[in-house]
Design a protein around this ligand. Structure first.
Ligand code: HEC
Ligand code: HEC
Ligand code: HEC
Ligand code: HEC
Ligand code: HEC
Ligand code: HEC
Ligand code: HEC
Ligand code: HEC
Ligand code: HEC
Ligand code: HEC
Length: 413
């Protein structure tokens, strides 16, 4: 009897332990021991614990490596103003003692939803004071400014200042609201897909052992085999990050718990997001506003159709959501392709200055427009009413310091 009890106990322990272990290490599934939700930007894949916890017993170094693995390229491309290497300089040791800026987690703590500011910042918003307390000594324009205003739209960002650094502002002082000539990237559309009439298997063949033969709706892997640039962009965005692990990419899963706040139509929740959601190849044509509106129904999205931009065309293509959110890129080999990471030029919104607005508008007008939440809500219907003084301050400083060597050449005007 006693022996039987022990046996039952052991079996029960094994069963429970096994079930917990299975939950913990089953790839792509919810681990029930999470200490709390991850940052809003990570919730689409927060349940894939191994995306950050790359090994069961790995520590902070491995987590830091995971952050850099997903974000390193973008931060480098953004010419990060505060890269870790700046802080390895011994002259900055006193600053590091205040705030260890070599570690992402110092400013972006996970699993602590109660202290999250926009863009995953988990420090109080005036934290620039930790290192730049004496800024007003060097710059009279900054006297009387409070430290919670440094990162105000149009002023500074911590990482990406490509549209905000001093020589850039200097070069764009006094620009008119509209450029006389728009920069128009060449269209990439051929309207005809090679192989569509012959090599059906390129898209419709299955390589799954359990499902040989024909697949009617081609899976993302088939497209990605030939379109790596587009696939990589898609998989780095909120739209597609789940497909990195091949887990289902249903809209409801992308949203997780956030369905109420994101302006996604409730009848889109059951849809899968993949290449063929936007691309119909047998009857090709551009991706339209309606493609996006089938899911997006927040105030900003609804306002687009009645905004002045919606009446414009760019080259052969109408101005659409994609003009701003899927901008064109020139790749290393000089080909013009479409950026598929709709998250990449969104936050902070000055990322859109150089990728989109400056093609047609002047810098001063653009910074004013992007700084106004109301204009974003109305999808840029109406003129900006507030003014960001950054360019004026640079002009004053330039005048005071006399003629200088002209700003260096840049990759983009
Ligand atoms: C986006 C990256 C990311 C994902 C995804 C993630 N974590 Fe974490 N996790 C972290 C970071 C960073 C820390 C260190 C946080 C700290 O020290 O404040 C951490 C810490 C922890 C800790 C230790 C908490 C503590 O108080 O010391 C546990 C336990 C944990 N995570 C479990 C999980 C589980 C379970 C999942 C999946 C459901 C998960 N994590 C998903 C980044 C992540
Ligand atoms: C000293 C604080 C600090 C540290 C350290 C830090 N960040 Fe940030 N991060 C910020 C702030 C503030 C923002 C908000 C936007 C801005 O000001 O650039 C931000 C925004 C971001 C964003 C979204 C906006 C963007 O420009 O892409 C990403 C992604 C990001 N950080 C990743 C990282 C990673 C990865 C690391 C580590 C290599 C890191 N951060 C280290 C403060 C920090
Ligand atoms: C598997 C890839 C992946 C890993 C690992 C990862 N991130 Fe992210 N991160 C993303 C994606 C995708 C987004 C959402 C899109 C965007 O904002 O670029 C994001 C968003 C962010 C943001 C903006 C948050 C917001 O709510 O707007 C910050 C900050 C950030 N990540 C920092 C980190 C840090 C710090 C780590 C390491 C603990 C990390 N990331 C690990 C993919 C990753
Ligand atoms: C942990 C310390 C630290 C924090 C926090 C910090 N900075 Fe810096 N910052 C530096 C260092 C180091 C430099 C390099 C130049 C120097 O030595 O002053 C720098 C440079 C800059 C520059 C000049 C960048 C360039 O490209 O020349 C600006 C502007 C700036 N920081 C603004 C900010 C703002 C705004 C914040 C808050 C959002 C901030 N910093 C937070 C340490 C910090
Ligand atoms: C065997 C390689 C191959 C596969 C597989 C493939 N493509 Fe293509 N695709 C191409 C080539 C080559 C072009 C023409 C490129 C150009 O015009 O520069 C093209 C052009 C395109 C275009 C622009 C032209 C048009 O007709 O609209 C889109 C969009 C596109 N592909 C999407 C997809 C999608 C979605 C899939 C998966 C269902 C896919 N492709 C699978 C090779 C491929
Ligand atoms: C470059 C990728 C690609 C190639 C090559 C391709 N298809 Fe498709 N096919 C698609 C996509 C994407 C869809 C989804 C619907 C659409 O695009 O209209 C599709 C859908 C279909 C459908 C379902 C249509 C429906 O209305 O449900 C059929 C049937 C089909 N393809 C037949 C073929 C045949 C036959 C060939 C070879 C002669 C071929 N396809 C070659 C990408 C491709
Ligand atoms: C949310 C919608 C959306 C999704 C999802 C999407 N695309 Fe696109 N794609 C676009 C837009 C917008 C364009 C620009 C051309 C246009 O307006 O039709 C484009 C253009 C393309 C082109 C033409 C070449 C270029 O870069 O301009 C290819 C190839 C392509 N996409 C492949 C893919 C692949 C592969 C996937 C899946 C990994 C994918 N797309 C997913 C919206 C999307
Ligand atoms: C099948 C549904 C679907 C379609 C079609 C779709 N989206 Fe999305 N989109 C989503 C979901 C879900 C999110 C995530 C929202 C969130 O996380 O708050 C999203 C997020 C976004 C974001 C914010 C990304 C971020 O990092 O916060 C932008 C911008 C966006 N979509 C633009 C577009 C554009 C432009 C199109 C058309 C070319 C489009 N979407 C088509 C479902 C869709
Ligand atoms: C003139 C450029 C422009 C056009 C056109 C545009 N957007 Fe945006 N969109 C933005 C900017 C800038 C933001 C960043 C807002 C911020 O700072 O938070 C944004 C933010 C978003 C977001 C993130 C969350 C939100 O709702 O604020 C989504 C989703 C989005 N746009 C979808 C769309 C869709 C869908 C369309 C077409 C119906 C569209 N956008 C047209 C510039 C544009
Ligand atoms: C392809 C060129 C083009 C691009 C790119 C573009 N715009 Fe515009 N924008 C225009 C034109 C042209 C008008 C005037 C339209 C009219 O009044 O009919 C305009 C008007 C505006 C207006 C005033 C609207 C009104 O009601 O008078 C604002 C604000 C604006 N744009 C902001 C932006 C911002 C911010 C971006 C970048 C996210 C941007 N635009 C990108 C061409 C462009």
């Amino acid at each position: 009897m006693k022996k039987g009890m022990w046996l039952a106990w052991i079996v029960l322990t094994l069963l429970v332990g096994g079930a917990v272990g299975w939950q913990m290490f089953r790839p792509g599934e919810v681990l029930r021991m999470s200490p709390g939700p991850v940052l809003p930007g990570h919730q689409a894949f927060g349940q894939v614990c191994e995306s950050c916890h790359t090994g069961a017993f790995e520590g902070d170094e491995a987590i830091q490596a995971a952050c850099e693995n997903c974000h390193g390229d973008a931060l480098r491309a953004a010419q990060d103003s505060h890269p870790a290497k700046v802080f390895r300089d011994p002259r900055n040791a006193d600053r590091l003692a205040v705030l260890d800026a070599t570690q992402c987690q110092s400013c972006h703590r996970e699993h602590q939803p109660e202290q999250v500011h926009p863009m995953g910042l988990t420090l109080p918003e005036d934290y620039c004071v930790a290192c730049h307390a004496d800024i007003a000594d060097e710059r009279p324009s900054h006297e009387n400014l409070t430290f919670d205003s440094c990162a105000t739209s149009g002023c500074h960002n911590y990482h990406d200042n490509r549209a905000l650094y001093e020589t850039f502002l200097l070069k764009h002082i006094g620009e008119p609201v509209m450029r006389t000539e728009w920069r128009l990237p060449a269209s990439t559309l051929t309207g005809k897909h090679p192989g569509l009439d012959s090599n059906c298997a390129n898209c419709h063949a299955s390589d799954r052992a359990d499902m040989p033969g024909w697949i009617t709706l081609p899976p993302d892997q088939a497209c990605g085999a030939c379109h790596q640039f587009q696939r990589n962009g898609f998989q780095s965005s909120r739209h597609g990050v789940r497909t990195k692990w091949g887990i289902d990419n249903q809209v409801a899963r992308i949203l997780g718990a956030r369905t109420k706040t994101t302006g996604i139509r409730s009848d889109a929740l059951a849809r899968e997001q993949g290449c063929t959601t936007c691309h119909r190849l047998h009857e090709p044509g551009p991706v339209t506003v309606q493609t996006c509106r089938a899911c997006h129904d927040g105030p900003h999205s609804r306002a687009f159709e009645t905004s002045p931009h919606a009446t414009l065309t760019r080259g052969e293509q109408p101005f659409s959501c994609a003009t701003c959110h899927f901008p064109k890129a020139r790749t290393a080999r000089g080909r013009v392709q479409t950026h598929h990471n709709a998250s990449a030029n969104l936050r902070p919104n000055e990322k859109m200055v150089r990728t989109v607005c400056l093609d047609c508008h002047g810098l001063g007008f653009t910074l004013d427009a992007l700084a106004q939440p109301e204009l974003i809500r109305t999808n840029f219907t109406g003129l900006p009413t507030d003014h960001i003084p950054s360019l004026d301050w640079v002009a004053v400083r330039e005048k005071a310091s006399g003629p200088k060597t002209p700003p260096q050449a840049e990759d983009q005007p």
